[in-house]
Structures are given as C-alpha cells and as structure tokens.
Design a protein around this ligand. Structure first.
Ligand SMILES: [Zn+2]
Ligand SMILES: [Zn+2]
Length: 174
C-alpha cells in the first residue's frame, strides 16, 4: 500500500488513523494453522471467501438503503452480489489521496463494466469527425495497435496541406 501511495509506512498508519480504520496488521486474519483448516473447509482461499462475504454484505445493505442498485457505468440495475464492484468516480492514483477515501467519490458498478484500465478509445466506433472505424478506414500509428487513425481524415488533412502548399507557391510565382 505504501508503495502504491508513494508514502511511508508511518504515513499510511497516519492516513488509516485519520480515516478511522484499524491499523493492526493481522486484524481479522486467522493464524497460519487455523487458516489452512478454514481454507480446506471453505474450499477456497481465505481472501476469496472474505471478499465474497464482504461483497454479499455490501450488496445487501446498499440495496436495503437505496432500494435499487444502479451501475455507475452503464446505468442498468446491478441484480445480484456476484456482479457488484466498487469503483472511484474520479481517479485517485497519482492525483489526490483524499479522493481514495472520500465516500462521495465511491460508487458501484457491474464488475464487467468496471475496468479502470480499459482503453476507452478502443470502444469508440467512429472517429471524432464521425467516420466509421471499419478495417478499411483504420490504420495504427503505434506498434501496440492501440491508437487508431481515421484514413478519411488523414487523407483530408494531406489534401489540405497540399492545397495550402500550392496556394503558397503560386503566390510567390513558383
Ligand atoms: Zn454496468
Ligand atoms: Zn475521420
């Protein structure tokens, strides 16, 4: 956590204390031996089971409080706990630590909708000028093939450049 936030361990403890969170390192975590027994009985890692339980609780109480659980991304209802994920509205990493802990900045979405690292540009079907991104109309300007160029727009820009160059040239009688 300290590495992610780029602050010292004591800085983390200070932040946790400030926001009323527990600082005991092993809070709620069973000892190694009983952990194994529990994991065997659960049939899954302890972390997975705890997260699932938290998700169920969260789903139950958010739904109780609001009556309806709407996905922040797609606007449709989140119908059961297995679809639920939490996300930040405004990105906090490298931005502002307060944004991470600000409960007004936390919202809910479908797990499938909540992909903070996804390339939103990749989901666009048309260029900013409204030309469709068909295989024929697209080329890539980087080798990872993540940034698409609209060929129609590119041609138009080239034509404009040529026309300007010609106009300049004729102005000077070349
Ligand atoms: Zn959604
Ligand atoms: Zn275009």
């Amino acid at each position: 956590m300290a590495e992610v936030l780029g602050i010292s361990q004591s800085g983390v403890r200070y932040q946790l204390k400030k926001y009323g969170l527990r600082t005991e390192r092993k809070a709620g975590r069973p000892s190694t031996k009983s952990l194994q027994t529990k994991e065997d009985f659960l049939g899954m890692p302890w972390g997975t089971a705890s997260n699932r339980l938290r998700r169920l609780l969260l789903f139950k109480y958010v739904k109780l409080a609001n009556g309806y659980l709407k996905c922040w991304d797609c606007g449709k209802e989140i119908e059961d706990a297995s679809q639920l994920s939490m996300q930040h509205k405004k990105p906090w990493l490298h931005e502002d630590l307060e944004l991470f802990w600000d409960l007004d900045n936390v919202t809910f979405s479908h797990r499938k909708c909540n992909k903070p690292d996804r390339n939103r540009n990749a989901e666009k079907t048309h260029c900013p000028a409204g030309h469709e991104y068909t295989p024929d109309n697209v080329r890539f300007n980087n080798k990872e093939k993540t940034h698409r160029i609209c060929k129609t727009c590119a041609r138009k820009k080239t034509r404009e450049r040529t026309r300007k160059a010609r106009a300049e040239n004729s102005k000077y009688g070349r």
